[in-house]
Design a protein. Structure first.
Length: 328
C-alpha cells in the first residue's frame, strides 16, 4: 500500500492516478476544504483518506502495510510569510515522516523544489552533498523551507544516521498540467492564461526588469506533470536508487514561448502584451532556471521529457478545453 500526503493536490493527485491505474492500493493524507479540490480524486479508488491530525495514529495502525510514503504535502505558496507555519508544515512534518520511514524500513519519496536554487548564481546542479547545498540561497520562505529539509537529509546520510531503505527528494521545476485549478494564483501560467486567451484577450506577461532578458524572454524549465509522475513511478520500480534529483525538462524556454504555444493550442495567433510586475516580487524573481537532469540519467532514468509545445497542446485540448471531465 502507498501513502501519499498532499494526495488531493496537483502533483499528488496525478501520482495517485498512476498508482490507481497500476492497480495499487493508495491511501491519501490531505485536506479538501470547501472548493472543488475533491474532484482531483473523483475517479480514484482509495484505501483510506486521512486528515493530517490523524496521520500519526494511522501510521501506527498501518505500519506493517505501508510500502512507501510519497510525501507531496506542503505549503507551496512562494509568497507565504508565516514562517512558523511554513516550518511546521514543510520541515518538521517532513522530518517526522523521514524518521518514521527510517525506523519502520519504509521507502520515502518527497517533493523538494527548484525554488531552493534561488536566483541561480550557483547553478542548477543537484549535487546534494551538504557542502554544495549550503551554497544555495533561496529567494523566498517556501524555497528555504524545502532547502532546509534537503540539507537535513544530506547531513543525516553523511553522518551515517538511520535512513529509509530508499529515499528520493525531487526538485520539481515549473510544473504544469491537469488537476491544478484549485491552486488559485499559484497555478501554472498555462492555466492562468487559458481562460483569458479563450475569451479573445491577449496573453499578458510581466515585463522584464533585468538587462539580460527582454520582455517575455524570462526563462524557465517548464515540465509537464506526467513527466514528474513518470520519475516517481520509475523510482518506485527501482528501489536501489536514492538521492536528491532535479525533475525538469532540461531545457529553458521563455514565457513568450509558453504563451505562444497556449494561444496556438486554442486556435489563435499569438498576441502578447506586457504588464508591470508587482514591486514586492521584483527582488525575489528568478529570471532563469534550467534543470541539470544528468544525475537521473546516470542512475538509469531514460524517459525523454515532453516537449513544451506538445505538453501544452495535450494539456489544453484534453483537459482545459474539456468542460465535462477536465481532471486526470
Amino acid at each position: 500500500m502507498i501513502l501519499v500526503t498532499g494526495g488531493a493536490g496537483f502533483i499528488g493527485s496525478n501520482i495517485i492516478a498512476a498508482f490507481d491505474e497500476a492497480g495499487m492500493d493508495v491511501a491519501v493524507c490531505d485536506r479538501l476544504g470547501t472548493d472543488d479540490k475533491w474532484r482531483n480524486l473523483a475517479k480514484r479508488s482509495l484505501r483510506a483518506f486521512i486528515a493530517p491530525e490523524s496521520l500519526p495514529k494511522y501510521l501506527e495502525s498501518e505500519r506493517t502495510n505501508i510500502d512507501a510514503v510519497i510525501h507531496m504535502g506542503a505549503i507551496s505558496s512562494t509568497t507565504a510569510t508565516d514562517a512558523d507555519f511554513i516550518i511546521h508544515n514543510n520541515f518538521e512534518l517532513s522530518r517526522t515522516l523521514w524518521e518514521w520511514c527510517a525506523e519502520h524500513e519504509v521507502r520515502f519519496i518527497y517533493a523538494s523544489s527548484a525554488a531552493t536554487y534561488g536566483e541561480g548564481g550557483n547553478g542548477f546542479s543537484d549535487n546534494w552533498v551538504d557542502a554544495e547545498l549550503k551554497k544555495l540561497r533561496p529567494l523566498n520562505l517556501y524555497g528555504w523551507s524545502k532547502h532546509l529539509f534537503d540539507r537535513y537529509v544530506a547531513r543525516t546520510v553523511e553522518l551515517g544516521q538511520p535512513v529509509p531503505p530508499q529515499f528520493a527528494g525531487l526538485k520539481f521545476f515549473n510544473v504544469y498540467g491537469p488537476n491544478e485549478q484549485h491552486k488559485g494564483s499559484m497555478k501554472s501560467v498555462v492555466a492562468e492564461l487559458f481562460p483569458k486567451v479563450t475569451n479573445s484577450e491577449p496573453a499578458r506577461l510581466f515585463r522584464s526588469y533585468h538587462p539580460d532578458y527582454g520582455d517575455g524572454g524570462q526563462l524557465r524549465d517548464f515540465v509537464y506533470v506526467r513527466d514528474c509522475v513518470d520519475v516517481v513511478m520509475w523510482l518506485f520500480a527501482t528501489p536501489n536508487v536514492s538521492g536528491i534529483f532535479n525533475v525538469g525538462s532540461g531545457q529553458a524556454r521563455s514565457f513568450a514561448d509558453l504563451a505562444g504555444a497556449t494561444m496556438l493550442a486554442v486556435g489563435r495567433t499569438p498576441e502578447i502584451e506586457f504588464i508591470e510586475m508587482p514591486e514586492e516580487l521584483r527582488n525575489k524573481y528568478q529570471y532563469y532556471t534550467e534543470a541539470d537532469i544528468s544525475s537521473l540519467r546516470n542512475h538509469g532514468y531514460n524517459q525523454a521529457p515532453t516537449p513544451l509545445d506538445e505538453g501544452i497542446t495535450d494539456y489544453v485540448t484534453r483537459y482545459l478545453m474539456n468542460t465535462t471531465d477536465p481532471h486526470r
